[in-house]
Design a protein around this ligand. Structure first.
Ligand code: SF4
Ligand code: SF4
Length: 185
């Protein structure tokens, strides 16, 4: 029994003009010409930068107080709460007797998910999520930011929390007034 089906429509043989491709070329040029005069949507990065919202969460950084002292007291809270375990801290005692501070403070930016838990938990407001989003490097080692780099990125943060101003005894207050270099930055 013969199988019945739909008749197949063969494409028509192209005309002489179509074989020159000129209609297709002019059609494409017309589309290009129309888009030349339309508003541009492509951002010329890195010359042009995004305007980020106030609550944008970029790379975490460390900050200093108004006197140029590292605000971190190496309490390890941020290291403890960090979900991907991106933070590694080594503490050291500070000779002024105020508190301790970080000897080393590394953040593995390849692990960091910019969740903001470290900023939330920090009792000294020493770590903040910056607006920096361009994370580039050519090796894994370059993606581990040490204390100096984090402090350089964070800069000085003006706020009322200053661990050096909390001393109750006058001897300690005098020590706190010592230059930052003596206070173990
Ligand atoms: S932002 Fe989140 S993932 Fe990144 S260092 Fe802080 S706690 Fe860890
Ligand atoms: S950055 Fe804040 S939470 Fe982390 S160790 Fe320093 S003081 Fe503690």
């Amino acid at each position: 029994m013969p199988v019945k089906g739909m008749p197949v429509r063969r494409p028509q043989t192209p005309g002489l003009l179509s074989t020159t491709y000129l209609p297709s070329i002019f059609k494409g040029m017309w589309i290009t010409l129309r888009h030349i005069f339309r508003p541009k949507v492509t951002m010329q990065y890195p010359e042009e930068k995004w305007t980020l919202p106030d609550n944008y969460r970029g790379l975490p950084v460390l900050v200093k107080d108004d006197d140029g002292r590292t605000k971190c007291v190496a309490c390890f809270l941020c290291e403890y709460v960090c979900p991907p375990k991106a933070i590694t801290i080594q503490a050291r005692e500070i000779t002024t007797g105020v508190e301790k501070g970080p000897r080393t403070f590394d953040i593995n930016m390849l692990r960091c998910i910019m969740c903001g838990y470290c900023e939330e938990v920090c009792p000294e407001q020493a770590i903040f999520l910056s607006k920096t989003y361009n994370l580039v490097g050519v090796s894994r080692e370059q993606m581990i930011f040490d204390k100096e780099k984090l402090l350089e990125m964070g800069g000085v943060r003006h706020d009322p929390i200053r661990k050096w101003g909390r001393l109750l005894d006058p001897v300690g207050a005098a020590r706190a007034a010592a230059p930052a270099s003596e206070a173990g930055r």
